[in-house]
Design a protein around this ligand. Structure first.
Ligand SMILES: *[C@@H]1O[C@H](CO)[C@@H](O)[C@H](O)[C@H]1NC(C)=O
Ligand SMILES: *[C@@H]1O[C@H](CO)[C@@H](O)[C@H](O)[C@H]1NC(C)=O
Ligand SMILES: *[C@@H]1O[C@H](CO)[C@@H](O)[C@H](O)[C@H]1NC(C)=O
Ligand SMILES: *[C@@H]1O[C@H](CO)[C@@H](O)[C@H](O)[C@H]1NC(C)=O
Ligand SMILES: *[C@@H]1O[C@H](CO)[C@@H](O)[C@H](O)[C@H]1NC(C)=O
Ligand SMILES: *[C@@H]1O[C@H](CO)[C@@H](O)[C@H](O)[C@H]1NC(C)=O
Ligand SMILES: *[C@@H]1O[C@H](CO)[C@@H](O)[C@H](O)[C@H]1NC(C)=O
Ligand SMILES: *[C@@H]1O[C@H](CO)[C@@H](O)[C@H](O)[C@H]1NC(C)=O
Ligand SMILES: *[C@@H]1O[C@H](CO)[C@@H](O)[C@H](O)[C@H]1NC(C)=O
Ligand SMILES: *[C@@H]1O[C@H](CO)[C@@H](O)[C@H](O)[C@H]1NC(C)=O
Ligand SMILES: *[C@@H]1O[C@H](CO)[C@@H](O)[C@H](O)[C@H]1NC(C)=O
Ligand SMILES: *[C@@H]1O[C@H](CO)[C@@H](O)[C@H](O)[C@H]1NC(C)=O
Length: 723
C-alpha cells in the first residue's frame, strides 16, 4: 500500500515534467524562424592562404541591424551597445571599405546582403562592384619580373576591390527571397531593434539571427589535402577538393596520329569558360564570359559549314577551337593545356579514345582569343597584343591585325588596335606566351584600356546589363526567338571571327556567304543566360538528359574536380554539333564510336521537333569535339598533391573547402535581456536544489508521511484495490 502511493507521486511528478518539456520544445519551434532563400560566401584555399568566410561550429549569433543609409552604418559603428551585431545591408553599402570598417570595429558577427534584383527598392545595382582584384591573375600571368608586372601601366579591373580574396572569420550571406527579407526587416528589425528617432537603442528583448556557415578546411590547400590523406580511419573525412573541371576542344581537320601534321599548322581559337562571384550558385557571367563563349561557338558554326573547303586544301591550317575552364582561378585550364602540349599529351584519348594527332606548342601558328565582348568601348572592339613578343614577330602580328581589321570592316564591326606598347590584359594566351614567346597572338576584347565591365566576376554581371534582356512588351513565350540588341551585335562579331579564322587558315579571303547565324546567337544567349529549358539545349541532348534541364541558368563557376559541370557538357555538345557531321542511317543505339574510327566521337542528339508532332528527328553526330583535363598540374587526377609540380610554384593550387550537409543555415529568434536570463537561471537553480532537499527528506521520512496518509484514506484505497 505504502509503496504504491509513493509510486503514484513519482509518476505524477514525471508527467508534469514531461508536459513542461513538451511545452519547451513547442516554444523553441515558435521562437526560431528559418531563412531558406540565401546563398553563402564559402572558403577557398591556395598554396599559402585561405580566403572567403566561415562561422563558428554552431553558428554566429548577432543582433540584427538594418543598414540602408550611411547613418545606419555609423550608428552601428559608433553607438550600437548590443554587440555582436549581424548587419543586414543594402547592396549599395556592401563594399570593401564598409565591410573593412565593420570587421575592424569588432562589433559584428556576420553580414547579410539583400540581393533581390526584381525589386529596385530593396536592391539597387551599384554603379560598380567587382570582388576580384584590380590586377586579376597577375601572379600567374606572363609579366612577372618584367616592367609590365603588377599592372603598372593599366589597372585592368579598376573597380576591383579584392573582397573575394579576403579572409573573413564571420559568415556573409546574400538573401534572395523577398518575403523573408521583408520578414526580417518588418517583424524582426522594426519591431524589436530599430533605434528610436533620436538614435537611442531599444531595450531587450532584441531580435537576433544565428548565421551558420561552417567550413571544414583551414590554412591552405596543402594543409587540408595532407590532412585528408593522413587519416587512419576507414571513412576519411574530406576537408577540401581541388578546383577544376574539363576544357572543351574540337579540330576542323581531324588529323589522325599516323598522318602528317606540320609545325605551325594549327590556329588556336580560344575563349574562357568560367567566372566567379563571392556567393554560392550566383554566377551570372553575362559579359565575362558568356559573350565570348557565344561569339566563338557561333563562329565555329559558321566555319563548320565550310569545313570541307578547309579539309580539302592540303596547305590550309587546321583550326583548334578551345574553351578553357578554371581560368578565373590562376589559369587552371590553359596552364594544364600547355602542360599537356609540352608532353605530347594533348589530345589524350580521354573519353571515346580519339586518336587525334598530338598538338604541341610548335604546332601553333596563330592564337586568337576572345575575351569579354559585350560592353564595347566607344562601340568598338579592341585588338590587344603582347609588346614583348611583338618585338620579334612583328610581321606576323601586324599581318594578323590587318586581316582582322579587314574582316571587321566586311562584317560591319568597328575594331581597332590598342596602343601597341600596352601589355596584354588578363588572358589565357598568357599561359602559352609564358612558355613560348614566338606565338603570334591577338586578344579581342570590348575594352581599350580598363575593363568596361564594371561588374567583373561579380553577382551583377547580368544579362540586363548587356542589353540582352527583353522589353516588357515581349511575351515570355516569345523571348526565345526575340533578337536583342546584343544578339545582333554579337552575330556581327562572330561573322568577323569566322572570316578571320577562315582567312588565317586558307590564306585567302573568305566567301561572302560565310556568316554567323543570328538565330543561333539569339538562342544561345537565351539558353545560357535566361533558361536552359530551351529548344536548342533539348535538341543537342538525349531524351533522358533533356528532361532534367534546370529552369535557372547553370553556374559558370569551375567548381571542384569531383563534380562535372553542366556548362562544360553543353558546350561540348554545341561545338560537336557545329563542327561535326550528321551521319545518315544511325539510331540512338548504333551511334557509338566504331573500332575502325578512333578519331571521332559519335554523339546522339534527340534533334528538333518534327513539325506538327511531339516526336523528334534524332541525329547521330560524328565530331572531333571532346574534353581534356582542366586540373592544375599541381594536383594529380585523383586530387592529391603532385609533388614536383607543386614545388615549382608555377601552377594554380586552388581548392575549395568542404562543409557538412547541415553546416549552412540562417535562423531568427528573440533574445531576452541577458541579466533577466541570469536571474531566471539563479531562480531555477534554487528551485532545483530545494526540490532535491525535499526529495531527500520525503525519501527519509516516507514511512512516516505515507503511513498517515494511508490511515486517513484507507477506505478509498481499499475500495479501488480489492484484496
Ligand atoms: C519591393 O520591396 C518593397 C519593400 O519591401 C515593397 O514595398 C514593394 O512592394 C516591393 N516591390 C515589388 C515590385 O515587389
Ligand atoms: C620595358 O623595358 C624595355 C626594355 O627592357 C623597354 O624597351 C620598354 O620601353 C619598357 N617599357 C615600359 C613600359 O617601361
Ligand atoms: C594566395 O592567395 C592570396 C590572396 O589572394 C595571395 O596573396 C597569395 O599570393 C596567393 N598565393 C599563391 C601561392 O598564389
Ligand atoms: C520565400 O519564402 C517564403 C516563406 O519562407 C516561402 O513561402 C516562399 O515559397 C519563398 N519563395 C521562393 C521563391 O522560394
Ligand atoms: C589516318 O588518316 C589517313 C588519311 O586520312 C588515312 O589514310 C589512315 O588510314 C588513317 N590512319 C588511321 C590509323 O586511322
Ligand atoms: C596513335 O594513338 C593511339 C592511341 O593513343 C596509339 O595506340 C598509337 O600507337 C598511336 N600511333 C602513333 C603512330 O603514334
Ligand atoms: C627574338 O629572336 C631572337 C633571334 O631569333 C632570339 O634570340 C630572341 O630570344 C628572341 N627574343 C624573344 C623575346 O623572343
Ligand atoms: C570599311 O572600309 C571602307 C573603306 O576603307 C570605309 O569607308 C568604311 O567606313 C569601313 N567600314 C567600317 C564599318 O569600318
Ligand atoms: C602609346 O603609349 C606610349 C606610352 O604610354 C606613348 O608614349 C605613346 O605616345 C602612345 N602612342 C599612341 C599612338 O598613342
Ligand atoms: C545598351 O543600350 C543602350 C541604349 O541603346 C546604350 O546606351 C548602352 O551603352 C548599351 N549597353 C551595352 C552594354 O551595350
Ligand atoms: C540510308 O538508308 C537509305 C534507305 O534505307 C538508303 O537509301 C541510303 O543509301 C542509306 N544511306 C547511307 C549513307 O547508308
Ligand atoms: C502543321 O499545321 C499547320 C496548322 O495546323 C498546317 O498549316 C501545316 O500545313 C502543318 N504542317 C505539316 C507539315 O503537316
Amino acid at each position: 500500500m505504502k509503496t504504491r502511493n509513493y509510486h503514484l507521486l513519482i509518476l505524477s511528478s514525471f508527467c508534469i515534467l514531461c508536459h513542461l518539456l513538451g511545452e519547451a520544445v513547442r516554444t523553441k519551434n515558435k521562437i526560431y524562424i528559418s531563412i531558406d532563400g540565401r546563398s553563402s560566401c564559402f572558403r577557398r584555399l591556395n598554396a599559402t592562404h585561405q580566403i572567403g568566410c566561415t562561422s563558428e561550429p554552431n553558428g554566429n549569433v548577432g543582433v540584427v541591424h538594418h543598414i540602408s543609409t550611411e547613418d545606419d552604418l555609423n550608428w552601428l559603428l559608433n553607438k550600437g551597445p548590443h554587440a555582436p551585431y549581424a548587419a543586414l545591408m543594402h547592396s549599395t553599402y556592401f563594399k570593401m571599405d564598409n565591410v573593412q570598417r565593420l570587421k575592424n570595429s569588432g562589433k559584428i558577427n556576420g553580414i547579410m546582403v539583400i540581393h533581390l534584383l526584381e525589386n529596385k527598392t530593396l536592391t539597387e545595382i551599384p554603379p560598380s562592384f567587382s570582388p576580384d582584384k584590380s590586377c586579376p591573375l597577375e601572379e600567374y600571368g606572363m609579366y612577372q619580373g618584367t616592367n609590365y608586372s603588377g599592372c603598372q601601366s593599366i589597372k585592368w579591373n579598376k573597380e576591383g576591390q579584392g573582397m573575394m580574396f579576403e579572409d573573413f572569420d564571420f559568415p556573409i550571406f546574400i538573401l534572395t527571397n523577398q518575403t523573408e527579407v521583408e520578414l526580417i526587416i518588418e517583424e524582426c528589425y522594426r519591431k524589436f531593434n530599430q533605434p528610436d528617432p533620436n538614435g537611442n537603442p531599444r531595450d531587450y528583448p532584441l531580435c537576433a539571427v544565428e548565421l551558420k556557415d561552417r567550413m571544414d578546411a583551414a590554412k591552405d590547400s596543402e594543409t587540408c589535402i595532407r590532412r585528408t590523406n593522413h587519416q587512419q580511419n576507414l571513412n576519411p573525412d574530406k576537408y577540401c577538393d581541388p578546383l577544376g573541371d574539363l576544357n572543351v576542344y574540337a579540330t576542323i581537320k581531324a588529323v589522325n596520329n599516323t598522318s602528317d601534321y606540320p609545325v605551325k599548322s594549327v590556329i588556336v581559337a580560344a575563349a574562357r569558360m568560367d567566372s566567379f562571384s563571392m556567393f554560392d550558385n550566383v554566377y551570372p557571367s553575362a559579359d565575362n564570359h558568356v559573350s565570348g563563349i557565344v561569339a566563338l561557338l557561333a563562329a565555329a558554326e559558321a566555319i563548320g559549314k565550310f569545313k570541307d573547303k578547309i579539309k580539302g586544301n592540303v596547305l590550309s591550317k587546321d583550326i583548334l577551337f578551345t574553351f578553357l575552364n578554371g581560368e578565373a582561378f590562376d589559369y587552371i585550364g590553359s596552364s594544364r593545356l600547355v602542360y599537356d602540349m609540352q608532353r605530347n599529351q594533348f589530345p589524350l584519348p580521354l573519353s571515346g579514345a580519339a586518336y587525334l594527332h598530338p598538338v604541341t606548342l610548335d604546332h601553333i601558328s596563330h592564337f586568337v582569343e576572345v575575351n569579354q565582348l559585350a560592353y564595347r568601348d566607344d562601340n568598338k572592339l579592341w585588338i590587344h597584343t603582347d609588346p614583348i613578343s611583338r618585338k620579334n614577330i612583328s610581321v606576323e602580328i601586324d599581318t594578323m591585325i590587318k586581316t582582322l581589321k579587314d574582316c571587321g570592316n566586311s562584317s560591319e564591326v568597328g575594331i581597332e588596335e590598342v596602343n601597341n606598347s600596352q601589355p596584354l590584359p588578363p588572358a589565357s594566351v598568357q599561359s602559352f606566351l609564358k612558355e613560348k614567346l614566338s606565338i603570334p597572338a591577338v586578344v579581342i576584347s570590348d575594352h581599350q584600356r580598363e575593363f568596361t565591365n564594371k561588374y567583373y566576376n561579380s553577382r551583377f554581371d547580368l544579362v540586363s546589363q548587356i542589353n540582352a534582356s527583353y522589353p516588357d512588351s515581349v511575351n515570355k513565350s516569345d523571348w526565345y526567338d526575340y533578337v536583342t540588341v546584343q544578339a545582333k551585335e554579337l552575330t556581327k562579331v562572330s561573322t568577323m571571327l569566322a572570316r578571320f579564322l577562315y582567312n588565317l587558315s586558307m590564306a585567302d579571303s573568305p566567301p561572302d556567304d560565310l556568316n554567323a547565324s543570328e538565330k543561333s546567337v539569339t538562342h544561345m544567349l537565351y539558353c545560357f543566360l535566361v533558361s536552359p529549358q530551351c529548344e536548342l539545349f533539348r535538341e543537342i541532348l538525349t531524351a533522358d538528359f533533356s528532361k532534367d534541364l534546370s529552369a535557372a541558368p547553370y553556374p559558370f563557376y569551375v567548381g571542384v574536380t569531383i563534380v562535372n559541370n553542366h556548362i562544360t557538357a553543353l558546350i561540348e555538345k554545341l561545338l560537336g554539333l557545329y563542327v561535326g557531321d550528321k551521319m545518315d542511317n544511325y539510331t540512338s543505339d548504333s551511334c557509338v564510336q566504331p573500332s575502325s574510327d578512333k578519331v571521332y566521337q559519335y554523339m546522339w542528339m534527340q534533334g528538333p521537333l518534327i513539325q506538327n508532332s511531339t516526336s523528334r528527328d534524332g541525329k547521330c553526330i560524328r565530331t572531333t569535339s571532346n574534353t581534356s583535363l582542366a586540373v592544375s598540374p599541381a594536383f594529380t587526377a585523383d586530387g592529391n598533391i603532385d609533388e614536383n609540380n607543386w614545388r615549382s610554384g608555377r601552377y594554380s593550387a586552388w581548392a575549395e573547402s568542404s562543409w557538412a550537409a547541415d553546416a549552412i543555415s540562417i535562423r531568427l529568434f528573440l533574445i531576452p535581456n541577458p541579466k533577466l536570463e541570469i536571474v531566471t537561471l539563479v531562480i531555477g537553480m534554487v528551485i532545483l536544489i530545494l526540490s532535491f532537499i525535499l526529495c531527500f527528506i520525503f525519501n527519509k521520512k516516507a514511512s512516516v508521511i505515507f503511513a498517515n496518509n494511508v490511515a486517513e484514506n484507507s477506505s478509498i484505497t481499499t475500495s479501488h484495490v480489492p484484496s
